[in-house]
Design a protein around this ligand. Structure first.
Ligand code: BEZ
Ligand code: FE
Length: 643
């Protein structure tokens, strides 16, 4: 049983699509008829909709709200308000407009109706932060809390993706800190988790369609919930840090929240593991801090204080300022701890659960190794090595790896290197059989539906194959079912690509490539052809057969150890290069061939499985063949080079 106190004062909330039309009625409900309309950075058609909805109730307008609510701007707006004898404030915009409305309400006690266009959440809080002489002063009072909030999803739909991400993470921060607040209670927990899950699911949907109405509705709903949490329970280290960074270093509000949140969470994680687990569940991530970081990264949001303009020399002062006055936070706030947190945030590192808890030597070791990469001049090298080491250490830990297992792995890799040479690449084979090559292929070559899918290169490609005229036989007289290949190369618009350089290679009837047969007078079953004016190449070869990848080395032992066969489904390789187009490396698989559904390098894609149709009788070029021959017809579509 949990002991708790819940106390709230809430605004009236009207939520939906097109609720702007209710503004007039809502102003009337408050007994008012003379509106001062506050705007900032609202698109012209949106402000026109508001004016239309309020009609003759508007007696004055002010559009000068700026970030951090400086009192000078409030004074200007106050003069406009008094001149017009307004009896009500209607604010349309983000946190700055809401801030100005609150500042005016505090001075005049006029009722407020807020129509938010971002996910700041401040419209439902009784808190106001103002700047006077460059210092930010925060206060809370009943007069500050807006009477009515009209959420119109249509008004947030045009918020650009970048601002939606930072504003959404700003809302996420309210929900996260509410969950580990000392004042948390079952109701705010529920609101916070609901908000987190809506934000985590809605933001990625916006990346596909920034106007997605359901995603926009989820985000606005989450902003309301998270704002309600912010209004009800106290916040912790994250908010304190953002306040300090915004106030003393003039960093932008929502962007700072976005960068700092994963690191503040990582700092607090050791003190509240259960809360972090619930947040991770709501995010749909394995770990809460890195889950937030990954969400932001995937949406192209900011991840480093450096990129927001924070000077590295200011980090120590910011840490001291944030740690100077004690405030509630689940984990003790030390200047040293905050300095490490800020350093991670400044560099844009991916957090993985915060500084190592005292007494965990492995976590300390991991942190030390990761710290040793901090000054790597190439940030990509730093990111990749950091993640690799964290995963390798995690692998060692999670599997309780023994010394002899570690030695076996070293020996395995040593043998993999030793067996490799100019005609054998066991590391590529290892990558292929573990599906890594296909994973890289999927990510880097994920093509538009109009282009032919790619497939792994494999270890048997040899640079500079023999140039061959169209229609020639590349089989070198080796036995096998004759195969006539007639393929075309078109661009994505369907135009033939002339003079494309097409390298082809394949195994013989027994499943060997020429490079595997030292006694063979090669090269055979490999060639370079050039497409004609119709984008066509033709040649004779033999039907490719299934074959085992070389399995007399460490990779073969690995396959045997897990009970896997070493076979590849039968296929013919193509590498297509044409001026002004992206290179296409792919394979065509024989429909009905063996191992199509268990190819040992995971290389088969449905679109690449094609008929090698059997025929008898006359051949396309009049060559005499007694008995069956095969024919492969296919059209490749290659993509133009970007830009
Ligand atoms: C190949 O198709 O040539 C191949 C691809 C990956 C590993 C081994 C062979
Ligand atoms: Fe192959």
């Amino acid at each position: 049983m949990r002991t708790f106190v819940h106390s709230s004062r809430s605004s009236r909330v009207v939520f939906g699509f097109g609720t702007v039309d209710r503004l007039r009625e809502e102003v009337g409900r408050l007994g008012c008829s003379r509106v001062l309309l506050l705007f900032s950075r609202v698109p012209a058609d949106a402000s026109a909709r508001v004016r239309e909805a309020l009609g003759d109730l508007v007696v004055a307008e002010f559009d000068g709200a700026v970030m951090h609510t400086p009192v000078e701007v409030t004074e200007q707006a106050l003069a406009v308000l008094r001149d017009a004898s307004a009896d009500c404030l209607v604010a349309v915009g983000g946190g700055s407009t809401t801030g100005l409305s609150k500042a005016l309400a505090l001075r005049t006690d006029l009722p407020q109706v807020i129509l938010p266009t971002t996910y700041a959440g401040s419209e439902v809080t009784p808190v106001l932060g103002e700047t006077r002489d460059g210092r930010k002063v925060t206060q809370s009072s009943a007069a500050i809390l807006p009477e009515t909030v009209v959420y119109d999803v249509n008004f947030s739909s045009t918020l650009p993706l970048g601002l939606s991400v930072t504003s959404g993470v700003n809302a996420l921060a309210h929900a996260v800190e509410a969950l580990y607040s000392a004042e948390s209670n079952p109701l705010t927990d529920q609101q916070a988790l609901d908000a987190i899950s809506r934000i985590a699911r809605a933001l990625p949907r916006l990346a596909d369609d920034p106007a997605d109405p359901a995603a926009r509705a989820d985000l606005l709903h989450a902003a309301w919930l998270a704002g309600t949490c912010l209004a009800t329970v106290g916040m912790g280290l994250h908010h304190k840090l953002c306040h300090t960074l915004g106030g003393s270093f003039d960093l932008p509000h929502a962007e700072t929240h976005t960068v700092v949140l994963p690191h503040a969470m990582a700092y607090n994680a050791p003190a509240v593991p259960e809360v972090m687990r619930r947040i991770a569940d709501a995010l749909g991530a394995a770990d809460a801090p890195s889950g937030v970081h990954d969400l932001v990264t995937s949406l192209g949001g900011p991840t480093s204080l450096r990129d927001l303009g924070m000077p590295e020399s200011g980090l120590a002062r910011a840490a001291e300022l944030a740690a100077a006055t004690p405030y509630p936070n689940p984990r003790e706030v030390t200047a040293e701890g905050v300095a490490a947190l800020l350093s991670d945030a400044w560099h844009g590192r991916r957090p993985t659960g915060g500084p190592a808890p005292a007494g965990d030597p492995l976590a300390l070791l991991t942190d030390q190794v990761v710290a040793s990469f901090a000054e790597a001049p190439d940030p990509r090298v730093r990111v990749l090595l950091t993640d690799l080491v964290r995963r390798l250490h995690g692998f060692v830990k999670d599997n309780d790896l023994t010394d002899s297992e570690w030695q076996y792995a070293i020996d395995f890799l040593t043998r993999t290197g030793q067996i490799s040479g100019p005609t054998r690449q066991e590391f590529v084979l290892l990558s292929d059989t573990l599906g890594v090559s296909s994973a890289v292929d999927l990510l880097t070559n994920s093509r538009t539906p109009e282009t032919t899918p790619s497939a792994v290169l494999g270890p048997f490609y040899v640079e500079g194959p023999p140039e061959t005229a169209l229609g020639n036989d590349i089989s070198g007289g080796l036995p096998g079912s004759p195969l006539w290949v007639d393929v075309r190369i078109l661009d994505t618009a369907g135009k033939p690509v002339e003079d494309a350089v097409v390298d082809v290679w394949q195994s013989n009837e027994d499943g060997f490539y020429d490079v595997q047969l030292p006694d063979l007078d090669g090269p055979v079953l490999r060639a370079r052809l050039r497409s004609d004016g119709e984008g066509r190449i033709t040649f004779w070869s033999i039907l490719p057969s299934a074959y085992p990848i070389p399995d007399d080395g460490p990779v073969g032992q690995m396959l045997a150890a897990v009970g896997r066969h070493p076979y590849r489904a039968p296929h013919l390789h193509f590498m297509i290069d044409a001026a002004g187009h992206r290179r296409l490396i792919t394979q065509l698989f024989v429909a009905g061939g063996d191992y199509l559904d268990s190819d040992t390098v995971f290389g088969v894609k449905d679109a690449l499985v094609v008929d090698f149709t059997p025929h008898t009788g006359p051949t396309p070029d009049g060559r005499r063949i007694d008995g069956e021959w095969r024919r492969l017809d296919y059209t490749f579509h290659i993509a133009p080079l970007a830009g």
